[in-house]
Design a protein around this ligand. Sequence first.
Ligand SMILES: [Zn+2]
Length: 234
Amino acid sequence: MLISGWGAETQQRLKKASVFIAGAGGLGSPVSIYLAVAGIGTLRICDCGELELSNLNRQILHDDSRIGWNKALSAKATLERLNPHITVNALQTKITAETVAGLIGRSDLVVDCLDNFPTRHILNEYAVRNGIPVIHAGVYGMQGQITFIKAPETPCLWCMSAGTPAAAVFPIVGATAGVIGCLEALEAIKYLSGVGTNLKGRMLIWDGEKMEFMELPQKKIADCPVCGHLNRTD
Ligand SMILES: [Zn+2]
């Protein structure tokens, strides 16, 4: 609350907010931990997967004693211990075109902590249709990317990544998910508090091997099947 422009009112705004976190893995861990301790009132964390030993290099919501647990349930247990004054909904359902509406519900914001593009496109479509902003991020090895989507003000995920192959299993250095997940949490806190500006229409790319950030401006696709109709003025 000592941050310029913050104050008690801002903290109340965070308390009233509801955030949907898609994935309780490498990105979902730092995202949900920082949102919980920031006092975001309601976290809806969604993951249908079970915790495996190989997840523990990056999925810091969980620990060795919880192998075999559903990850959303494990996340809820950790987050409620960190901040007992917030509500955490553990959603163990797979995100599909049929389930997405019920899962996101009335959330103010969606944070993409997924590991595959087909599911991301389901989130993107639903969010664009309902005017909900999405913080998108992805990680691979020692690299990551992040952007803030709020169509029609910004391009949607389809505009930026149509044709991206659905990667199968990929490597990741745990701290990479930490770097990019913390940036996602910060983007979420800024959006919900109204303090600062977001990564709208800009893709921030981080190369951890060279320790370099770079930024790529993103363009809308005029006839995008997801957001194209929002851009027409006739
Ligand atoms: Zn689009």
